[in-house]
Design a protein around this ligand. Structure first.
Ligand SMILES: [Zn+2]
Length: 145
């Protein structure tokens, strides 16, 4: 019997070990979240491609009024693309955490985030308690400014 491990076998063993120790997310759920995140990533990438095509088409309006509305379209598109880029980055980070066995652990307090919260927000890095106190801090900061 061949018992030589390839590097990917080794990763799976490491991952199992990390999950067993660190999180309440089991192997089946790792696959679930990996699929979910990869799917979302693909959707976003095809959306981003579409936005670029739309922007190119806008270049064909020579009328100044059209150009003004084109500018505001362009600005809102740039905002959307910026959001998309940030989300793509967050998803890539989440996938990295899945590989490292850190997924599902709150980066603030180190507690498990909880499977239901992860299903609702797969890219989150904070448990609900840390997220609420962070939002409270942000609201306080905005009131001061
Ligand atoms: Zn926390």
């Amino acid at each position: 019997m061949d018992i030589t491990f390839t590097s990917s076998d080794y990763n799976v063993i490491e991952l199992d070990h990390a999950w067993f120790i660190e999180t309440s997310v089991d192997r089946k759920e790792v696959d679930f979240f990996r699929n979910l995140l990869n799917q979302r990533l693909q959707e976003l990438r095809s959306e981003a491609g579409k936005t670029v095509e739309d922007m190119d088409e806008d270049e064909n309006f020579p009328d100044p009024t059209d150009r003004a509305s084109m500018e505001s379209n362009r600005n809102s598109m740039l905002r959307i693309r910026d959001r998309e880029r940030k989300l793509i980055f967050k998803i890539q980070e989440a996938l990295r955490r899945l590989d490292d066995g850190e997924y599902g652990v709150c980066e603030e307090c180190g507690e498990n985030i909880g499977i239901e919260r992860l299903k609702a927000r797969p890219v989150t890095t904070l448990c609900i308690e840390c997220k609420s106190s962070q939002e409270m801090e942000e609201r306080k900061a905005r009131r001061i400014v």
